[in-house]
Design a protein around this ligand. Structure first.
Ligand code: NAD
Length: 318
């Protein structure tokens, strides 16, 4: 039976990936997570179908035996926040760089089959040209962006120097059910949904005209699966995992108010350090080499996400 390991599998995207793997017929899925930002409840529906390891990727000895012999490793564990990496850079560095090195090392020494690495579109920084193509010069603007880029370099070097099969996917702004809205570092769409349900006015940092390629979490999980099965020409490479579209924060907040039938004009605050102005993926290479085929329009994704937050609020209130 082939073993599949998901680091960060109790997180927002990791838990969606675990569900996608099980739906795809995976027999032995093992999760490594230290629950820093993830939650066991994210895996509630699949309890009993996954093997759970509460372990820290910074501790090589904790993760090496789990990763050894895995057919596929999906490396998503990280401290995934631009502002947090600026306010408190040391833990981000330790997890995102040293922890990632440990995962690649454990995969190589444990003869794992392939590592799919969750990279980030933040690597592009504020390059003027849109959409962002993988061949562009990177220009990280925050410790987080630099750290995630270093993970890509390690993925590529573990392939070229040690023959480990790796594919890096630059996730763009991922949104969907289970994204944690409880911290100031949370993703913007999770905070928007929370405001909408609580009928509170959100504060948008900057003028709200910054734009993002918002990508529904199930499309990202689907692409991770495809990357794990892609042919040899994808190995050692980096691909954009976006949707190919671009929406401003003002557009998204308007759309959410329309879906919910309310009027809550946003407040605006100063722009945040390290934030890029615009982001949009060129998806050509991912479509060509990996068969990327995102299914969810922004309207459909937002509706599903809002419905999930409402249902989980209802459960919490019981
Ligand atoms: N959400 C996005 O829009 C986005 C965009 C680009 C890249 N990414 C990347 O996708 C991945 C998943 O992000 P997410 O949005 O699901 O965030 P998340 O915070 O929900 O998931 C990260 C998971 O990693 C775990 N983790 C953190 N430190 C750990 C450690 N030392 N050992 C073991 N587990 C640890 C957390 O507990 C959490 O479950 C990250 O690598 C992130 O950098 C996310």
């Amino acid at each position: 039976m082939s073993k599949i390991v998901v680091t960060g599998g109790a997180g927002f995207i990791g838990s969606a990936l675990v569900r996608a793997l099980l739906e795809d017929g995976a027999q032995q899925v093992e999760v490594i997570d230290n629950l820093l930002t993830g939650r066991e409840s994210n895996l509630e529906e699949v309890r009993g179908k996954v093997k759970w390891h509460r372990a820290d990727i910074c501790q090589y000895d904790q993760i090496a035996p789990v990763i050894a012999g895995a057919d596929k490793v999906f490396h998503l564990a990280a401290i995934p926040s631009v502002p947090r990496s600026i306010h408190d850079p040391i833990p981000s560095h330790e997890v995102n760089i040293n922890g990632s090195f440990n995962v690649f090392r454990a995969a190589h020494e444990g003869k794992a089959g392939r590592v799919v690495y969750a990279a980030s579109s933040s690597a592009y920084g504020d390059t003027e040209v849109l959409p962002k193509v993988e061949t562009m010069q990177t220009n990280p603007k925050s410790p987080y962006a630099a750290q995630k880029l270093m993970g890509e370099y390690y993925a590529s070097v573990f392939h070229s120097c040690f023959g480990l099969e790796t594919v890096s996917l630059r996730f763009f702004n991922v949104y969907g059910p289970r994204q944690d809205p409880s911290s100031p570092y949370s993703g913007v769409l999770s905070l928007f949904n929370k405001c909408l349900i609580e009928r509170k006015v959100p504060t948008i940092f900057g003028d709200g005209e910054q734009s993002r390629d918002f990508t529904f979490v199930e499309d990202v999980a689907g692409l991770c699966l495809k990357a794990s099965k892609a042919g040899p020409n994808a190995l050692g490479k980096v691909y954009n995992a976006g949707n190919g579209g671009r929406f401003t924060l003002n557009m998204i907040w308007d759309l959410l108010q329309k879906i919910e039938g309310v009027s809550l004009p946003a407040n605006y605050g100063p722009p945040r350090a390290g934030d890029v102005k615009h982001s949009q993926a060129d998806t050509e290479a991912a479509r060509r080499d990996l068969g990327h085929d995102p299914k969810f329009s922004i309207e459909e994704g937002l509706r599903r996400t809002l419905a999930w937050y409402k249902a989980s609020e209802a459960v919490a209130a019981r």
